[in-house]
Structures are given as structure tokens and as C-alpha cells.
Design a protein around this ligand. Structure first.
Ligand code: IPM
Ligand code: MG
Length: 359
């Protein structure tokens, strides 16, 4: 019998519970088709945890994640908590869980589904062949540096510090090289080495490590230029590796190439196989509870989990093929529909994908 993989499920806020429910149906179908076995444990996180437990990241949720083989996360946040002090904000929980679980690497693929090209704001001929991955450093840099206020000569000042050490750069860059080796073997390292000291260190480390991966072609691109090239020649990128804040910004930009943030999955990884998987989109409070959210990003996050944490390539492929089949047949949720009157709901989309899965 296959060993049972423990999945920590954090549905979170807004549309989180709705999209996670469909992803679990996909996992159940995988058990049926491939004989893999999963057990699920649910925990509170984000806004709902603030409301029920007074903290965005309760200890028992963290313990549950540590016991698990992988975490499936829906989405967190919403206007209700936006004006809370820092410790009582869902985003603080998100940064806390990344740090506590050692998830230093965030992987965000942006792949164009041919049949969805019309959903992008870019011209189809510019998008043709776009298939890239942003590998974002997730537990360092300005997000985690010292932050404080002080009285300066001209009144109050705020300080955010950006710190990277060699080991932090090395581990993420190595992972990016390894990912590139399994793809088109082209790595773009993005920094701001013409201005920032952390970027100069970043570039030094990349150049020192590069000879260990002679099969991968390397380019260095400054972040402002990269933002531009992503719109001009997106298909020329394969793997982009960059520091935390640049990666935050560029991965949103890359997401919009596909025209549909409702389609994009992500993985947050550490040293071993353990990972946290979540859709790139947020909790969409404006459409929460209406059964119209697109569950595809969460479903594709399950495919990533199967591939990256469990090595279940067959099941990952089966999910991705099922999604493509359902889209090719013309089914759309509201966010990706051209004719909104024909849009289907969250559950209907989930069920079509489950039905299209094959061994
Ligand atoms: C993301 C989000 C988070 C980030 C926010 C919500 C803290 O934008 O996952 O990209 O900046 O990392
Ligand atoms: Mg972001």
C-alpha cells in the first residue's frame, strides 16, 4: 500500500475555502486513479484566525504544518483586517509561516494557455511561446530586515533595512540553476547591482556558482530593465531568479502576461521536499461566498505539490491535462470568460476537471 501523505489544509479567508474544496476533490480523484493516499488536517490561519484565536498564525496551525508532508493554502486577508496593527494582520501571518517553515524559495510559473491568449492585455504574437518561472527568495531582504521609526533632523523618519548573506543567496541561486537544468537551461538573474550593495553581493555569488552549472546559460538583468523586457519579449525568459521584493513585483507582472491571475499556482520550498502550495491570487473578498471564483490556480497548485514534493509526475500531468482539456472545450469561470453570461461556477469547474482526469 502507498504510504499516506499528510496534507495540512489552510483554507483561510474570502474565496479560500471555496477554491480549496475543489482542490481536495482533485486529490480524492487522484487517490482513486493512481492509488496514492492522503490524509487531511485543517487549521486556522489569516483573518479567520485573528477573529477566532487573536493571532494570524496560531501555534497549533504551525505545529500542524510541521507535522505534515505538504501544506495546501487557499488565501488570506480582506478589508476587515486591513487597518489592524501589524501583529494582527493576515500578511504578518504569511511572512511568519514562511520564516517558521524555512520556505526560502518561492516558485511561480507563468505559462500561457493557448486558448486563453485573448484574456491577456498583451498582443498574442508577443505572448507566443511564453513559459517562464520566477524563483523568488522568500525569507530575506527588505521584508525581514530591521524596521523602525526615528526622529530625524526634519521630523519623523522610517527605516527598512535590506540584508542578504552569502548563504541565503547561494541556496536560492542553486535551486534556480537546478530548475533551469530541468527546463530550457536559461537562467536570468535579476538585481540592481548598479545601485545596491546587496545586489552586488548577489551578482558575485551567482557568478561564482555559475561554473558548477556549465549546461545552463546565464544572463544578469537589472530589475528595471527586466520589468520592461517581460512586456517586450516574455517568451525569451526561462527561469528568473531574484531577491524577495524584486520577485514580489516581477511575479505579479509575469502573472498578468497570462491575463488571468486565477490560473497561476505557486510553491514555497525549503531545503527538503516539504512545501507550501497556494494560488498566486488573493482572497477576493468582493466575490467570496458566491461560488464564482476560479479554482484552477489552487488545483494547479496541487499538481505542483505532486510534482515537487511527492514526485507524483503521473498525477501532476493528469491534473494539468485535465485543466487544459476543460479549457479547450470552452468552459470558463467569470474571470477568464469573454462572454460572461456563459461563465460557470467554482464547483462546476472543479467537477469538470475531476471528470476529465485520467490515468
Ligand atoms: C505575495 C504577497 C505577499 C508578499 C504579501 C501579502 C505579504 O504579495 O505572496 O506575493 O508580498 O510576499
Ligand atoms: Mg505579491
Amino acid at each position: 500500500m502507498a504510504d499516506v501523505k499528510k496534507i495540512a489544509v489552510i483554507a483561510g479567508d474570502g474565496i479560500g475555502p471555496e477554491v480549496v474544496a475543489e482542490a481536495i476533490k482533485v486529490m480524492n480523484k487522484t487517490e482513486e486513479l493512481f492509488g496514492y493516499k492522503f490524509s487531511f488536517e485543517q487549521g486556522l490561519f489569516g483573518g479567520i484566525a485573528i477573529d477566532e484565536k487573536g493571532t494570524p498564525l496560531p501555534q497549533d496551525t504551525l505545529d500542524m504544518c510541521k507535522r505534515a508532508d505538504a501544506v495546501l493554502l487557499g488565501a488570506v486577508g480582506g478589508p476587515k483586517w486591513d487597518n489592524n496593527p501589524k501583529e494582527l494582520r493576515p500578511e504578518t501571518g504569511l511572512l511568519g509561516i514562511r520564516k517558521a517553515l524555512g520556505l526560502f524559495s518561492n516558485i511561480r510559473p507563468a505559462t500561457i494557455f493557448d486558448c486563453l491568449k485573448e484574456a491577456s492585455t498583451l498582443k498574442p504574437e508577443v505572448l507566443e511561446g511564453t513559459d517562464l518561472i520566477v524563483v523568488r527568495e522568500l525569507t530575506g531582504g527588505i521584508y525581514f530586515g530591521e524596521k523602525f521609526r526615528r526622529e530625524g533632523e526634519n521630523g519623523q523618519e522610517a527605516v527598512d533595512t535590506c540584508v542578504y548573506n552569502v548563504a541565503e543567496v547561494e541556496r536560492i541561486v542553486r535551486q534556480a540553476f537546478e530548475i533551469a537544468q530541468k527546463r530550457r537551461k536559461f537562467l536570468t538573474s535579476v538585481d540592481k547591482a548598479n545601485v545596491l550593495e546587496t545586489s552586488r553581493l548577489w551578482r558575485e555569488v551567482v557568478n561564482r556558482i555559475a561554473p558548477e552549472y556549465p549546461d545552463v546559460e546565464l544572463e544578469h538583468v537589472l530589475v528595471d530593465n527586466c520589468a520592461m523586457q517581460l512586456l517586450r519579449r516574455p517568451s525569451s525568459f526561462d527561469v528568473i531568479v531574484t531577491e524577495n521584493m524584486f520577485g514580489d513585483i516581477l511575479s505579479d507582472e509575469a502573472a498578468m502576461l497570462t491575463g488571468s491571475i486565477g490560473m497561476l499556482s505557486s510553491a514555497s520550498l525549503g531545503e527538503g521536499a516539504f512545501g507550501l502550495y497556494e494560488p498566486v491570487h488573493g482572497s477576493a473578498p468582493d466575490i467570496a461566498g458566491r461560488g464564482i471564483a476560479n479554482p484552477i490556480a489552487t488545483i494547479l497548485s496541487v499538481a505542483l505539490m505532486f510534482r515537487l514534493t511527492f514526485g507524483y509526475e503521473d498525477a501532476a500531468k493528469s491534473i494539468e491535462d485535465a485543466v487544459a482539456e476543460v479549457l479547450n472545450a470552452g468552459h470558463r469561470t467569470g474571470d477568464i470568460a469573454v462572454d460572461k453570461s456563459k461563465a460557470i461556477g467554482t464547483q462546476a469547474m472543479g467537477e469538470l476537471i475531476v471528470a476529465a482526469m485520467r490515468k
